[in-house]
Ligand binder design. Structure first.
Ligand code: HEM
Ligand code: HEM
Length: 186
């Protein structure tokens, strides 16, 4: 079932909340782990961050396809032209961030020669010495710039997103948030 103005499909709702929780966790862990001193704790956390990040990429790719099939949700409220534009930009930014953050992370890992594993299962082997074909300083720079900048921009976009959702719920008393938890809009 596709999304309607009255009701969201289960696919939209589950994908939104699973990816939302994972993204918030990954940003928090990402910012925390960066400042840890080198050691087993740091590398264990890196491993978990990367594994969950790859999981997010697979779910977010499904969601992107779902959005192309379904379109972005039509608002239940009349926000006026300015807030309508802000909402559109923030939704598309958050959606793309769920794809570009893991991709830039993967590029960073591969171009640093660290290979790629998910929960201990090796997808791309670590590079030893000059062997292998992926170590690339420029790609590493591009990956880490996008990843670092993306992390900061997500904080701003997410702030606007959550404040917007709460404003609709508490002040406007409309069904914006209710619809995202599965209730039917009036
Ligand atoms: C506590 C945190 C969050 C709350 C309360 C929340 C709430 C909502 C609500 C109510 C909507 C529906 C908007 C509408 O009907 O126009 C929505 C849509 C959306 N949210 Fe969130 N959200 C949260 C976290 C996140 C996070 C972390 C992301 C991604 C990084 C995200 C990405 C999106 C996107 C892309 C949409 C557009 C619809 C879709 O593709 O599912 N949200 N959110
Ligand atoms: C899916 C969503 C992801 C989010 C939201 C996310 C978020 C972040 C954030 C906010 C940071 C700290 C900021 C910075 O780099 O300066 C970070 C660091 C890092 N992330 Fe991610 N990440 C994600 C996925 C991944 C993936 C899939 C990988 C690799 C396979 C990865 C690898 C790394 C690495 C290696 C660092 C440490 C960078 C450093 O210390 O310079 N991330 N991440």
């Amino acid at each position: 079932m596709l999304d309607t103005v009255k009701k969201f499909s289960k696919i939209t709702i589950y994908l939104h909340w699973i990816i939302a929780v994972a993204m918030i966790g990954l940003v928090a862990v990402g910012l925390y782990m960066e400042d840890l001193p080198d050691g087993p704790d740091k590398f264990q956390l890196f491993g978990l961050h990367k594994s969950f990040g790859i999981l997010v990429l697979s779910l977010a790719s499904l969601r992107l396809l779902w959005r192309f099939r379904n379109g972005m949700p039509k608002s239940v409220a009349d926000n006026g032209p300015f807030l309508k534009l802000v909402t559109k930009v923030v939704h598309w930014f958050l959606l793309l961030a769920t794809i570009l953050m893991p991709i830039s992370g993967i590029i960073m890992s591969l171009s640093g020669g660290y290979g790629l594993s998910i929960f201990g299962f090796e997808l791309v082997a670590k590079q030893v010495g000059d062997a292998g074909f992926v170590a690339n300083e420029l790609m590493g720079e591009i990956g880490s710039t996008i990843h670092g900048l993306g992390g900061d921009l997500i904080l701003i976009a997410l702030g606007l997103h959550v404040v917007g959702a709460l404003k609709h719920h508490i002040f406007d008393k409309d069904d914006t948030l209710n619809r995202m938890i599965g209730k039917e809009a009036k």
